[in-house]
Design a protein around this ligand. Structure first.
Ligand SMILES: [Fe+2]
Length: 464
């Protein structure tokens, strides 16, 4: 039986490389001084053909830029799962689509601690996070150091914390930690720029869902609850942990950043839909503006995690405007009709008004959400866009924005994206001028091997 998540761009590497001087076409901008961290699933062993990419052991890929030279290395994160399986040379942990075995293992207290979704740089620590597992700390050479807890207490967070560019605070939550997994609670917290938790609150959501991402907007945070519901108890009756329940509609929780559960207001939207990723959001007086990659045409029976091409749904850049005092949605507008995912902004503008949005787009393929062949830059101040079409032979990943300098204007900088060349079964790292995305790349770093599909990552300046 074939499995899309083990083929082509998803096929795992079994080598940990260390390339000291990468081949470069063009000229690396000297303003790029730092390190790009990306992480994705790269299973060491396969438990069964039910394998889903969310199950794969995390592999970190690092490119370090130093005065026009580039070095590369990749390493697995040495989680407890990874080490146990390496010891016996086979898979031990069932995947989340191995429902019967997964249930037995949960009942035995055997939980996978895979981390494969994002690398976060905060308080001089590199943290690797997953949807609900423990956090691992790595060093700049991708050595796995230890499990990490905020204040020696908060051991889990989902993979999309937001870091306030003014204060350096990390704003985050978890909804899958074991003490709340069967409740309608999420554990919200704020850690200051030193990494100390300065605020925490349990928030009651209307129902538990795949709450993969959220937003900060001025003085507020936004929790978007979409009806891809989460219920681990369904495993006991043969169901799925995540199921699509469109009749619930969507709910948006809006709370002051340092607020309480009682201060969290909820705004309902009748239309069902799903945004895995939020672009960003900002506050304009009593109004909040939020952008996301949103799909509103998901049929009944979908679970959102199918490997079948026909059951993957396009998401579109969509903007909401929320009226806080009147607890209502002023508008919801589709910005563009081209499918997109993996949105990024110039993160110096997180939570503040922004005009530049970067996404991976699908122009040619119909395997939406997985096969991106273009990078698009939207300037939402004048409704224009620029597209870099890599063509049908290429798969582009999340574009990471790097500012030209600490004080350069919003959007003045570079976009870094891995591009998989299907016919050559290897990858490039492509550097685009973020103001001229449609032009030829400034430089292309040619790797001799494939960089398997990565989810997310981060740019860390001046680590050399
Ligand atoms: Fe994500």
């Amino acid at each position: 039986m074939s499995n899309k998540y083990l083929e082509g761009v998803f096929a795992p590497l079994d080598v940990e490389y260390d390339i000291s001087d990468c081949e470069v076409i063009g000229e690396i901008p000297l303003a790029l001084q730092g390190t790009l961290f990306k992480i994705g699933p790269n299973p060491q062993y396969i438990y069964s053909q039910n394998y889903h990419m969310f199950d794969g052991d995390g592999m970190v890929h690092v490119l370090t830029f130093n005065n026009g030279k580039v070095s590369y290395l990749n390493r697995w994160v040495r989680t407890q799962k990874f080490l146990k399986e390496r010891e016996v040379s086979h898979a031990i942990y069932a995947g989340f689509r191995d429902k019967e075995d997964k249930l037995k293992q949960i009942q035995m207290g055997l939980f996978s601690d895979t981390v494969n979704i994002n690398v976060i740089n905060h308080a001089n620590k590199l943290l690797v996070a997953n949807e609900g597992n423990d956090i691992y700390q790595i060093d700049t050479k991708i050595n796995t150091l230890n499990k990490f807890k905020f204040n020696d207490e908060l051991s889990g967070m989902t993979a999309h914390p937001r870091i306030c560019p003014q204060t350096g605070d990390l704003i985050m939550y978890t909804y899958l930690s074991r003490d709340i997994i069967t409740s309608n609670l999420i554990k919200y917290f704020v850690a200051n720029s030193d990494g100390h938790v300065i605020h925490k609150e349990n928030i009651e959501v209307p129902y538990k869902s795949l709450l993969h991402d959220f937003a900060i907007a001025g003085d507020y945070v936004i929790f978007p609850v979409f009806p891809l519901t989460c219920n681990i108890g369904r495993l006991f009756s043969g169901g799925n942990i995540f199921e699509w329940e469109p009749q619930r509609g969507c709910d948006f929780g809006i709370m002051p950043r340092f607020g309480t559960n009682e201060e969290c207001i909820w705004i309902h939207q009748d239309e069902p839909g799903l945004a895995i990723h939020i672009v960003s959001a900002y506050q304009n007086g009593d109004f909040l503006i939020m952008d996301a990659c949103y799909s509103d045409n998901i049929p009944n029976g979908a679970d959102g995690f199918t490997p079948n091409k026909e059951e993957v749904f396009p998401a579109y850049l969509t903007r909401w405007i929320f009226d806080i005092p009147n607890k209502k949605i002023i508008s919801k507008t589709r910005v563009d009709d081209k499918p997109c995912e993996f949105p990024k902004i110039d993160e110096r503008y997180t939570g503040k008004i922004y005009i530049h949005i970067y996404v991976a787009s699908t122009l040619h393929s119909n395997w939406y959400g997985h096969d991106f062949d273009a990078i698009t830059h939207y300037d939402i101040s004048n409704n224009t866009k620029q597209v870099h079409d890599f063509g049908v032979d290429s798969t582009a990943f999340e574009p990471i924005f790097v500012p030209r300098s600490a004080n350069s204007p919003e959007g003045d900088g570079f976009l870094l994206t891995y591009v998989y060349r299907k016919s050559e079964d290897r990858s490039d790292l492509v550097i685009l001028d973020a103001f001229h995305v449609d032009k030829e790349p400034l430089a292309v770093i040619k790797l001799p091997h494939r960089v398997p599909f990565t989810f997310h990552g981060t740019w860390v300046p001046y680590l050399n």
